[in-house]
Design a protein around this ligand. Structure first.
Ligand code: PAF
Length: 293
């Protein structure tokens, strides 16, 4: 496995692979890799000749006062994990090489990114789409793999890929969970043991909503109140939102159906965690091909 730090060197490698007829899969990450990243890497490995993992804690997707400085980092360990998992290239640029001092171009999605996390993190998705567009141009992938835990991010990237005609297949991989159901996230490492114990309530609340839906409940307000009630039992959890939306357009629904997404964001101390469930659907919309929506 090669570690590449320079964006232009990475791009030269990518163009060389392409002209030699080899396909490229990209797994974009912010590092501190865990089992969920490994599942993305495995999918990438199945889909392309060359697997590139990027590790870059992207400053532009963190707002003022957010956890950019505290975001967990462990590059040496990440490199070892990628090597063992069979990545071909670990792309690890610095912020200086990714963003010119006077950079002034932003890629912004203006619909799907305005709901859910976009309300409390107004600059976040423009940072994500800008850096992912840059990674697409640098790494030139045929396929890129993202996780379904970040459902809104996945939808925003599908939309960007469609609207900007990137010839890239976006794969959205199922959420990988800890034994107690907590969605794996690098931010889980920031939780104290008592906070970590409380965090499992998020999944419990979503599963209990799914149980009600399985029994026939279709009123989103009843389900929303149910989830809120469950989460509110813990004084440790500060709820950012519990929203019940259409999994494609991310707008509130009047009745729960097969494409409904229940999305949750909570703060536990200084750590913000998100999770979601599509209670009546097995797969993320357009998970296995380039989105047409
Ligand atoms: O999901 C993440 O880790 C990040 O938002 C991403 C896609 C790597 C962009 O920085």
């Amino acid at each position: 496995m090669q570690i590449v730090e320079s964006p232009s060197e990475m791009q030269s490698y990518a163009l060389g692979f392409r002209s030699g007829g080899r396909s490229i899969a990209l797994v974009p990450t912010m590092g501190f890799l865990h089992a969920a990243h490994l599942s993305l890497l495995r999918l990438a490995r199945e889909r392309a000749d060359i697997v590139v993992v990027s590790v870059f804690v992207n400053p532009t997707q963190f707002g003022p006062g957010e956890d950019f400085d505290n975001y967990p980092r462990a590059f040496e360990r990440d490199a070892e994990v990628c090597r063992k998992a069979g990545a071909d290239i670990l792309f690890h640029p610095s912020a200086d090489t990714m963003y010119a001092n006077d950079h002034s171009v932003v890629v912004e999605e203006t619909s799907l990114s305005r709901t859910l996390c976009g309300l409390s993190r107004p600059e976040h998705f423009a940072g994500v789409t800008t850096v992912v567009a840059k990674l697409f141009n640098i790494v030139q992938p045929h396929v890129a793999v993202f996780g379904a835990k970040d459902a809104q991010q996945a939808r925003v990237i599908q939309r960007m890929t469609r609207d900007l005609n990137f010839p890239i297949e976006i794969i959205v991989a199922p959420t990988v969970r800890e034994e107690d159901g907590l969605a794996m996230s690098s931010r889980n490492a920031l939780l104290t043991p008592p906070q970590r114990a409380e965090a499992s309530r998020i999944r419990q609340a979503l599963l209990s909503a799914k149980a009600l839906i399985d029994q026939g409940e279709r009123d989103p307000e009843i389900i929303r109140r149910h989830v809120l009630g469950h989460l509110n039992e813990s004084p440790e959890l500060e709820i950012d939102y519990v929203d019940i939306v259409d999994g494609e357009r991310l707008r509130p629904v009047e009745r729960i159906d097969a494409l409904t997404l229940i999305a949750v964001a909570v703060r536990i101390g200084d750590t913000r965690l998100i999770d979601n469930i599509m209670p009546a659907c097995d797969a993320f919309p357009d998970s296995s091909r380039q989105s047409s929506t």
